[in-house]
Design a protein. Structure first.
Length: 252
């Protein structure tokens, strides 16, 4: 049960992280039409569908809440939110919040394994990943029209529909011989006040540093999170439901 929950969370909270640069370079991440006004301050809702070969599809949801310096991935089903920030030394800092408990576990950069590519967290699909893909659009000059990017490799066929207006994927599809995984954007709310309120609420939760957990196992919250496998830390990118990374190090 522990491994299943842990893998499922890493999978769903993250399909976005390693496919997906700092907010200050957001405008330069993709070509934009002249006069095109984009915003990176959003609350986006995604539906994730995964279908292994010969099996029924399973679905889940994930929310992406983003201001100019932070991005949070909220898994409503597990009531877990990963808040990512970039440090001045271009490393990643993570706080994993457990919404039902109003508690969080904080991970310093040296405690986070894998890539520290901020763009893979902030944009859901890394800048390097997008630059490696081929555009299928006849014209990319429309601010409201999504740009379609594709890449075919031995690992499978990756298709990305990219919203230049919101600097987010409208959809992500990865298909190979083993399975098909899709992310679909259901809606976007671009309300700076609401986004600020979401981060303010998270900031009110009590947090514990990851290195202090061993000395605090008498804490019922920490004991339960350890038993469920939620205290593990890793790359925390965008994964499928079995924890397989979609992009980034796999270079789809």
């Amino acid at each position: 049960m522990t491994n299943t929950l842990s893998k499922k969370y890493r999978a769903l909270a993250l399909l976005l992280g390693s496919l997906i640069l700092p907010a200050l370079s957001a405008a330069a991440a993709m070509p934009q039409a002249q006069g095109c006004e984009s915003t990176t301050v959003v609350h986006a809702y995604y539906q994730i569908s995964r279908q292994p070969q010969g099996e029924p599809a399973t679905q889940s949801t994930i929310e992406v809440i983003r201001n100019q310096q932070q991005v949070a991935y909220r898994n409503p089903g597990l009531q877990v939110t990963d808040l990512w920030e970039q440090t001045p030394r271009q490393r990643l800092h993570l706080v994993r919040y457990f919404d039902a408990w109003e508690r969080g576990i904080e991970y310093q950069p040296d405690e986070i394994e894998g890539s520290h590519d901020w763009s893979a967290k902030y944009f859901l699909v890394s800048e390097q990943q997008r630059q490696s893909m081929h555009s299928n659009n006849a014209s990319d000059n429309s601010c409201t029209e999504a740009q379609t990017l594709v890449k075919r490799s031995e690992d499978g066929n990756l298709t990305l529909r990219w919203s230049q207006q919101y600097q987010l994927p409208e959809s992500i599809s990865l298909e190979n011989d083993a399975e098909k995984t899709e992310w679909k954007l259901l809606k976007v709310e671009a309300d700076p006040a609401a986004v600020a309120n979401s981060f303010r609420q998270l900031g009110q939760y009590q947090t514990t540093d990851y290195t202090d957990i061993g000395d605090s196992e008498s804490d019922p919250f920490l004991r339960r999170m350890i038993n469920l496998g939620f205290v593990e830390h890793g790359d925390h990118g965008v994964y499928d439901a079995d924890g397989h990374e979609l992009g980034g190090a796999h270079n789809h």
